[in-house]
Design a binder for this molecule. Structure first.
Ligand code: FMN
Length: 499
């Protein structure tokens, strides 16, 4: 039953709600269970193992477990971690790894920035984030438009564990004036000269774009990000309406470039068929790089009693921007398209959309992002996610002998090929590892109802067998197996079809 226990161990961890000033850690005098569980939640298992003292004993966490407000069986999780410890690769050399990189020549101490949104709104917020290790912040977009915001303005789609799988907002731009924002920049630059301030701006005509660009440069911004992508604007013809029109993007990028000497990024909307078209227009207009993606137009759900979509603002709602975990596959696709596109690939691409863990970050880097921006997971978990982003990336690099982030950037782009280039002449069959199979029959159900009826299930013994002649090698069975008992066999040539 070890496999069943492993499943329960995973589930037990999902009950941890990541408390502020974790009561479990305060109650435990011997180690820091709150920090260990947080590392595990954010896929930083090697660090979690390192944080678990060598002489760990389950009796240490009795008090911690009693202090947990939701009764997580912390002892079970830490016992399991202790058993896994010897098989983990470890963190050797990670502390010495240098994560520095740059945005168009502006040095970043690591690739992680707050993306333009509420998480980067004020001096105090950004100062706190900088202290915690964020390399920079793209400030909440500054404009000359007066903001009227709706209440409430967010809606979340939750996973069964309660985490947000997706997040919708109907918010617009900064509620602080240009002068107030310039004050934030000046103070931040004075106190944190090595942190990077990206000033996100949005004008309505060339004069406004130029004016805002000049002002933020004067106030100390290191980089400008042109917001061509907010989907929530009250005023028509602004935000993503501009970003969907390549000529407008080109013209306004040009206006900003002629006003300043600092690097300019154009932030793209995903609400378009081909993101490379406006991105190329921005580059043509002189933009030094591209940032992507902003949020995806969405309706997260409808209250079936009131018949109103979420969030309801006095019985009405609107289409709003979707972000967080759910958008990562779309964002990754767009990053790969941008970073692989001639005319753009020679420029910086700042990636964002659905980043939660260091693994997500590595995937973005592999597909060509040169810096990484985050909002939704900061809104959900706080600035503290930076701890696991930094240590997770460092451990990954140390284990694989990378010496610089630049070695990772774009390293997997060649794996994305055109549809007609994917090899279709060989097949991999599933192989069932009996020792891991718990006889649940999930592979049988999925193959029967969603596949090619290639798996037989013996009801007496609860064992499965493969009907090789029927199997098409789709590997659906492996995807539904809860214990990882199904692996791939060696790839072999496909048998020619018998007529
Ligand atoms: C509440 C909220 C407010 C946002 N405000 C802005 C904004 O003012 N300017 C902007 O360029 N993007 C804004 N965004 C978009 C984010 O910067 C980011 O592009 C997007 O959310 C995807 O990243 P994420 O999945 O990490 O949140 C906002 C996003 C959210 C959730």
């Amino acid at each position: 039953m070890t496999e069943a226990r492993a499943i329960r161990g995973r589930e037990e961890l999902s009950f941890c709600i990541l408390c502020y000033d974790a009561p479990c850690s305060k109650a435990c005098g011997k180690c820091d269970p709150g920090r260990i569980l947080r590392a595990m939640k954010f896929e930083n298992i090697d660090l979690a193992a390192k944080l678990l003292p060598e002489d760990y004993d389950r009796s240490w966490v009795e008090e911690a477990q009693n202090a947990c407000p939701v009764g997580v069986r912390i002892g079970d999780i830490l016992d399991h971690l202790q058993k896994q410890k010897p098989q983990l690769e470890g963190c050797e050399g990670a502390d010495q790894i240098d994560l520095s990189c740059d945005i168009c020549g502006v040095r970043l101490e690591n690739p992680f920035l707050l993306s333009s949104s509420v998480v980067a709104s004020t001096y105090e917020m950004c100062a706190r984030a900088f202290e915690m290790g964020w390399a920079g912040a793209a400030f909440k977009t500054i404009s000359l438009i007066e903001m009227h915001e709706a209440s409430p303005r967010f809606s979340a789609v939750r996973s069964p564990q309660g985490d947000w799988s997706g997040f919708k907002n109907i918010e617009q731009l900064s509620v602080y004036s240009l002068e107030e924002n310039m004050g934030f920049f000046r103070r931040l630059k004075a106190k944190y000269p090595n942190k990077v301030i990206v000033a996100s701006i949005m004008g309505r005509n060339e004069e406004e774009w130029e004016y805002l660009a000049r002002k933020v440069e004067e106030a100390g911004a290191d980089v400008i990000e042109c917001n061509f992508s907010c989907p929530n604007m009250e005023e028509r013809g602004t935000g993503s309406d501009m970003g969907q029109d390549p000529e407008t993007v080109r013209r306004f990028s040009q206006a900003v470039k002629r006003a300043v000497s600092i690097p300019v990024l154009a932030k793209m909307t995903p609400n378009i068929t081909d993101i490379t078209v406006p991105a190329l227009a921005a580059i043509e207009g002189g933009a030094d790089g591209i940032a992507a993606i902003n949020t995806i137009k969405s309706i997260t759900g409808v209250n079936i009693d009131t018949l109103v979509a979420f969030p309801s603002v006095r019985g009405q709602s609107m289409i709003g921007g979707y972000s967080g975990r759910a958008v990562k596959p779309i964002a990754l696709r767009m990053i790969a398209q941008l970073a692989g596109c001639k005319g753009i690939k020679e420029h910086h691409v700042s990636g964002m959309g659905g980043i939660v863990t260091w693994r997500d970050c590595v995937e973005y880097l592999i597909l060509g992002a040169g810096s990484l921006q985050i909002t939704t997971s900061v809104m959900e978990y706080g600035y503290r996610i930076i701890d696991d982003l930094i240590s997770g990336l460092k451990i990954y690099m140390a284990q694989r002998n990378y010496h610089s982030v630049s070695e990772i950037i774009g390293s997997g782009l060649d794996s994305i090929v055109e549809n007609d280039m994917v090899e279709r002449d060989t097949i991999v069959f599933p192989s069932f590892r009996r020792e891991k199979c718990i006889g649940c029959g999930r592979c049988y159900i999925s193959c029967r109802d969603g596949g090619h009826q290639a798996i037989a299930f013996d009801e007496e013994s609860r064992k499965v067998t493969l009907h090789g002649a029927r199997c098409v090698g789709c590997q659906l069975c492996a995807l539904v197996c809860p214990t990882g008992a199904i692996r791939q066999t060696k790839r072999i040539s496909r048998q020619p079809k018998q007529n």
